[in-house]
Ligand binder design. Structure first.
Ligand code: GDP
Ligand code: MN
Ligand code: MN
Length: 253
């Protein structure tokens, strides 16, 4: 078996309104079944989700949180504006965004953006993935999957990895339940987070710095689907999430 992975080279700094599908199709020839993996940073830039803290006015709650974690109250307000729940306020702000993604600082990023500016995660990453996927289908005629990624830390382990935050034409989870192992035992619970696995593999080529490789093509997987998919398929139901329950208990202490 073999999976191939390569970068889309010579992409410029992305600006508000840029047509990412067109820019990708100008540089590579996508094939049916390719997974096009795109860093959320450039989606934010292309969708105009770049902002300055100078335009944010902190409210009472932001000032209160800023006292406990020592962050800029305007930054705290920006995180509050994009969150439905704070799971941790200090030492870092671990929050859930409106589309269900749990991450630090609501994914607001200051790396790889112009000095003094911040970039947001796309507000609906599945829609962003779908727009680009449909754009590529229209321009190149090939049927591709799209994964929007961000770099996230993990619980329990040092080190960040690429994770999927939006999907198109790929189920984020592959269900192995009901299939046999090598000894004929039927697997009962194994679900494989294939979108995260692809995101983190692609992130090996993207890197985190000044490489300029926000788009990676993964060729040779068999994960393309015509189904309607959603990143929400991989978010654990609230009442089954022991970590969230634990964090809520901590917050009450
Ligand atoms: P994130 O993981 O979505 O927060 O994105 P990163 O900031 O880690 O960037 C991932 C990759 O995209 C790195 O190789 C960056 O150099 C690259 N990158 C970020 N923004 C741009 C851009 O506007 N143009 C180009 N060509 N590359 C970019
Ligand atoms: Mn980021
Ligand atoms: Mn990154």
């Amino acid at each position: 078996m073999k999976i191939e992975m390569f970068t889309v080279d010579d992409l410029p700094l992305i600006r508000d309104g840029d047509d990412l599908s067109g820019m990708i199709c100008d540089r590579i020839s996508p094939e049916d079944g390719d997974v096009i993996v795109i860093a959320s940073t450039i989606i934010g830039k292309a969708e105009g989700a770049v902002f300055s803290l100078d335009d944010v006015i902190p409210g009472e709650h932001a000032l209160q949180i800023a006292c406990s974690n020592g962050k800029d109250p305007r930054f705290v307000q920006a995180v509050l504006d994009r969150s439905v729940e704070f799971l941790l306020e200090s030492p870092m702000m671990l929050v859930q965004t409106s589309n269900g993604h749990v991450c630090i600082n609501a994914g607001i990023d200051d790396s790889n953006v112009d000095d003094g500016l911040l970039v947001d995660l796309p507000s609906d990453p599945d829609a962003s993935a779908r727009n680009i996927g449909i754009g590529i289908e229209r321009i190149c005629g090939s049927h591709v999957s799209v994964i929007i990624t961000d770099t996230n830390g993990r619980a329990f382990k040092i080190g960040q990895t690429g994770v999927a935050i939006g999907v198109y034409r790929i189920h984020p989870i592959k269900n192995w339940r009901g299939r046999p192992d090598l000894f004929g035992n039927i697997l009962e619970i194994t679900e494989e987070a294939v979108a995260d696995e692809i995101a983190s593999a692609a992130n090996l080529l993207m890197g985190e710095g000044d490489g300029g490789y926000p788009v990676v093509v993964v060729r040779g997987s068999d994960l393309y689907t015509d189904d309607d998919v959603a990143i929400g398929e991989m978010y654990r139901a609230d009442d089954e999430d022991m970590i969230k329950k634990g964090l809520r208990c901590l917050a009450k202490l």
